[in-house]
Design a protein around this ligand. Structure first.
Ligand code: AMP
Length: 430
């Protein structure tokens, strides 16, 4: 038996951060708290969708849809007529959320929806470090407003993720690609420009150019050392340019750490105006941490009226790989050790009471020897051990040992656990 290529197990004893379920849980909790602090609310959609959600939403000739999507039909449906709906494992989060907002009329409940999601995505890509066929994204969608201040807020939220995870060597790039007309103009300028250099360009890349010059700008242009590549800013419509300048002014005012990248366009069809991306030098070849932008026309692709929206998605595996937060330790609060075997039940009751208070507690129920239990406690990563012996326990006394300093003190547990209640208060505020 073998795990499927490009898929990963995340394990309780994973050595590296990226393989540890404890780190995974701690970091995803942090990420959700950040979203929640901006009052974004969680939306949970299925991992399986009809393929049309992405074909309409993302565009049929994008890599994601044309090459990377896991599509399937059930064997018993395989004789359905050509062109019937297929299922697919979602390759991204935005199109399903727009599908869900429309289907559940969320935009009638609130005129502005602030939504976030966290879950697995599936893309049949060549797997390598930081690139998997099943990976996780945390993403946010602001649906129903074209306010620039919501863009600022969203950029700040994305930045907060990088700050909280102590990702140090990152670059945050923004750009405006304007409206559809500006995009067509940019595409045409890139096509004309690159054609002049045809003899220096690899055949495969030239094919990309002919099919979609923006995709060439997105994927291939950095391979060639061209001077004077067309800049998106020179092709923007007036309104888009004004918006972008306003955004930049606010970002400067709040000292947001951005760089303008006039070659930044995104690989998905639905974006307009603002696009952004954060990358990290610590990640190697797959350096993109998060990416997003404004997508005012996506609802129209689902036959609904234009609905101004912005969103971004961050790859959770890559955030964890790039994180420098080394303070997340999976430690026990107490390891309970009983000196004499007939104290095991009293010790277990003490463990239950401490767990009720919210502490993380381990006790060896194999009833191994006192010495063996001490060794287990030493190895366990516990902050403290509690030693229970018959003599002390007659007086309701137990010994608490700080495993770091070795310091011991005797505590009486008759008086309603005051000591533990106080300790819990201190530690949960720490
Ligand atoms: P995208 O939806 O392509 O804009 O991707 C958004 C983020 O998801 C990227 O910046 C990456 O952090 C992450 N990501 C995309 N594809 C993969 C993958 N195959 N494996 C791991 N992370 C990915």
């Amino acid at each position: 038996m073998k795990i499927v290529k490009g898929f990963r197990d995340i394990l309780p004893y994973g050595n590296k951060n990226n393989e540890s379920s404890f780190i995974w849980g701690s970091i995803t909790d942090q990420l959700k708290r950040i979203m929640s602090s901006f009052n974004y609310e969680e939306i949970i959609t299925p991992v399986v969708e009809y393929d049309s959600t992405f074909k309409k939403g993302i565009g049929e000739d994008t890599d994601i849809v044309s090459k990377e999507m896991y599509e399937f039909v059930l064997e018993r449906d395989s004789s359905l007529p050509e062109g019937s709906q297929k299922y697919c494992l979602r390759p991204e989060g935005t199109a399903p959320i727009v599908r869900s907002v429309i289907e559940n009329s969320l935009n009638k409940v609130k005129s502005i929806n602030k939504l976030f999601y966290l879950g697995p995505m599936f893309r049949y890509e060549r797997s390598q470090k930081g690139r998997y066929r099943m990976f996780h994204q945390i993403g946010a969608e602001l649906i129903g407003s074209d306010q620039i201040l919501y863009e600022v807020e969203m950029l700040e939220m994305a930045h907060k993720i990088l700050k909280t995870l102590e990702i140090k060597r990152f670059s945050f790039q923004i750009n405006s690609i304007g409206n559809q007309k500006s995009l067509n103009n940019i595409a045409e300028a890139v096509r004309i420009f690159v054609k002049k250099h045809k003899n220096t360009i690899e055949d495969n890349d030239y094919k990309i150019l002919e099919k979609n010059p923006l995709r060439f700008l997105d994927k291939a242009i950095h391979k060639y050392e061209f001077d004077n590549i067309p800049k998106t800013v020179d092709y923007l419509d007036k309104k888009s340019l004004k918006r972008f300048n306003e955004l930049i002014k606010i970002l400067d005012n709040i000292k947001f750490p951005y760089q303008i990248n006039n070659q930044l366009v995104r690989g998905i069809d639905y974006y307009n105006d603002l696009v952004f991306e954060a990358t990290s030098k610590d990640l190697g070849a797959q350096d993109a941490l998060l990416a997003g932008g404004r997508y005012d026309t996506l609802f129209e692709k689902f036959n609904k009226s234009e609905t101004s929206s912005i969103g971004f998605a961050a790859g959770v595996e890559r955030l964890i790989l790039a994180s420098n937060n080394n303070n997340l330790k999976n430690s026990l609060d107490f390891y309970i050790i009983f000196k004499e075997e007939d104290l095991v039940q009293d010790s277990l009751i003490l463990a239950f009471k401490l767990r009720d208070l919210g502490f993380k507690v381990e006790i060896d129920l194999e009833k191994r020897s006192f010495i063996k239990q001490i060794k287990l406690a030493d190895k366990s990563n516990a902050k403290r051990s509690i030693i229970i012996s018959k003599n002390d326990f007659k007086k309701s006394d137990v010994t608490i040992k700080d495993m770091n300093s070795g310091e011991e003190k005797i505590i009486n547990i008759r008086n309603n656990f005051q000591f533990f209640i106080e300790l819990n208060k201190v530690e949960s505020n720490a």
